[in-house]
Design a protein around this ligand. Sequence first.
Ligand SMILES: C[S@@+](CC[C@H](N)C(=O)[O-])C[C@H]1O[C@@H](n2cnc3c(N)ncnc32)[C@H](O)[C@@H]1O
Length: 298
Amino acid sequence: MTEVADAARADAAAAAIRHHYDIGNAFYRLWLDESLSYSCAMPESPGDTLESAQDRKLRHHLSAVGADQAESVLDIGCGWGAVLARGSRTHGVPRLVGLTLSDEQAEHVRSLALPGVEVRTESWVHYRPESTFDGIISIGAFEHFARPDDTPAAKIAVYREFFTRCRDWLTADGTLSLQTIAYGNMRREQASTFMQQEIFPDADLPTLAEITAAADGIFEITALTDDRLDYAWTCEQWARRLREHRAEAVTLVGAETVARYERYLKLSALGFRMGKLGLLRIVARPYPDTFFQRRSRG
Ligand SMILES: C[S@@+](CC[C@H](N)C(=O)[O-])C[C@H]1O[C@@H](n2cnc3c(N)ncnc32)[C@H](O)[C@@H]1O
């Protein structure tokens, strides 16, 4: 990618993110759990609570990167800081960096005043860390990296750039814990235009094949699961909570926006139930040989 094309992509992505996330923290607070996790939870059973299922998800990723021993953890796409908060308060990680494209999310994380935490409104595309990390976590951000007009080859190139950066930013025995939605038995052409244009404009989901092609030779995948039913459950929980707070939500963002979110949550739950969408959880570590072939850090 050229620097200009790079910057244009990053600007378009940032605008799309603001479209979705900067409609107000108060709105999301009505239907997300207390930690404001805005990604698939890990319920133990259908009767689980959203709070404990989100907590289990955070534990999964933090334990995957060895947070108890880690000196430093990077969260790419940190949202409202659930990973950073748990990493700081429970695991006592001395240095945590969170990247988000949303100003409202960054301000919220700063307001938590978490020891050791730095939050930046910056894309991973532009980020240049001063030193390496023991772990990198990225939950629900990978979905935003490719654009609708990208060819499969262009998508793989962007994902490969992401994996290359992550490898360069990790210590030799560091770990990447990634969670992303992916196309299941559906392709972009079959996706709903409502979801593409109204909810996540300027984004395209990966396929598992694109992810593995992009990581090939860079990361060794040590665990991979498709937990799509976890996301169907999570969307159903969110939809129920939004329904329960409908009147407050309408006051905050208007009836049209609430109806849009209700439709989006319903369609998403259905997509995950039917296998049109998957939810990939991937744990990976840099190949030992590629660690010694890192690009020099700029
Ligand atoms: C669905 S939210 C998930 C937030 C959080 N990880 C969680 O689980 O609650 C997606 C996050 O990815 C961030 N994001 C998307 N593209 C990004 C990029 N290129 N660089 C950094 N952050 C990005 C968004 O700003 C947002 O914080």
